[in-house]
Design a protein around this ligand. Structure first.
Ligand SMILES: Nc1ncnc2c1ncn2[C@@H]1O[C@H](COP(=O)(O)OP(=O)(O)O)[C@@H](O)[C@H]1O
Ligand SMILES: [Mg+2]
Length: 266
């Protein structure tokens, strides 16, 4: 069953057609890769799905049996889509634990300041949630930093924390935009394995944009390839790797990225 299905999804910015008639089908419970050269529309895809931008008229985005293409971001979050950003947007002066608590409170009816306003019942509930959040931090290997300011974490740990905050929102669908940006290939590989175990533990469906193709090929069940805002291929890693249009899109542009060449020639 599809958890997310787009039909004729388009988005233009003035003269730039960032997405053009994109049909994507994301199977519930899967990990789905989204790849394509720089500027091909990957981040725009996330931005229209999560409601940051409204898609052009005629676009349809069906999520969990709801048409969401005209909804504002907070409604889409409530329905169960959460995301990470290419730039992390953590609260660096707040503690690691507080950063994930903010994520959690985005999805409760109480809101972030309510423990002060509503007294002991909410405080009790809050303690239970804190335990839950600490368990998640343990899973991410961040529990021993729970009470440190997020600003003291390394780059890799900040990536994990932003992942934790997105998961704290209890989504059904998690959109990850270059979760491994700035990490070495080995660390990205490690991060993807963490993401795979999180997907199992929290019963998530995941869509991930990642430019290290080898990593995408190793972890994703299906892959969609964008080029100039259009879908040029979709299928299993094996199918995508051997697709002529995909090879053209990457190699035709003489990208220097040795990783891409290795994957395509493998
Ligand atoms: N807010 C915006 N305003 C104008 N143009 C944009 C905006 N966001 C994206 N674009 C353009 O849309 C195209 C796709 O961008 P993007 O989705 O960021 O690509 P990717 O994430 O694949 O690198 C690019 O040409 C980019 O310049
Ligand atoms: Mg991008």
């Amino acid at each position: 069953m599809a958890l997310l299905e787009t039909k004729g999804l388009s988005k233009s910015f003035g003269g730039v057609q960032a997405l053009q008639d994109v049909d994507v089908h994301i199977e519930e419970g899967s990990i789905h890769g989204l790849i394509g050269p720089n500027g091909s529309g990957k981040s725009t895809f996330f931005n229209v799905i999560s409601g940051v931008y409204r898609p052009d008229s005629g676009s349809s985005v069906l999520f969990d049996n709801h048409e969401i293409s005209q909804l504002p971001p907070h409604k889409i979050t409530e329905l169960g889509i959460s995301r990470t950003f290419q730039l992390l947007r953590l609260f660096l002066e707040m503690t690691v634990l507080e950063n994930v608590m903010v994520g959690y409170h985005c999805h409760t009816p109480y809101g972030f300041l309510s423990p002060i306003l509503q007294g002991s019942k909410v405080r009790e509930a809050d303690e239970k949630i804190q335990d839950e959040m600490i368990e998640m931090l343990q899973f991410l290997g961040l529990a021993s930093y729970a009470n440190l300011p997020a600003g003291e974490l390394s780059g890799g740990q900040r990536r994990l924390l932003s992942l934790g905050r997105a998961i704290a929102m209890k989504p059904k669908l998690l959109l990850l935009d270059e979760p491994g940006a700035g990490l070495s290939p080995v660390n990205v590989d490690h991060l993807m394995h963490t993401i795979l175990s999180l997907k199992e533990k929290y019963k998530l469906t995941v869509v991930v944009v990642e430019h290290i193709l080898k990593v995408v090929m190793n972890t994703c069940e299906r892959i969609t390839v964008l080029d100039h805002g259009q879908k040029i291929a979709e299928g299993s890693p094996e199918e995508v790797k051997n697709d002529h249009a995909v090879i053209e899109a990457y190699l035709g542009r003489e990208m220097a990225d040795e990783d891409i060449r290795q994957v395509i020639r493998a």
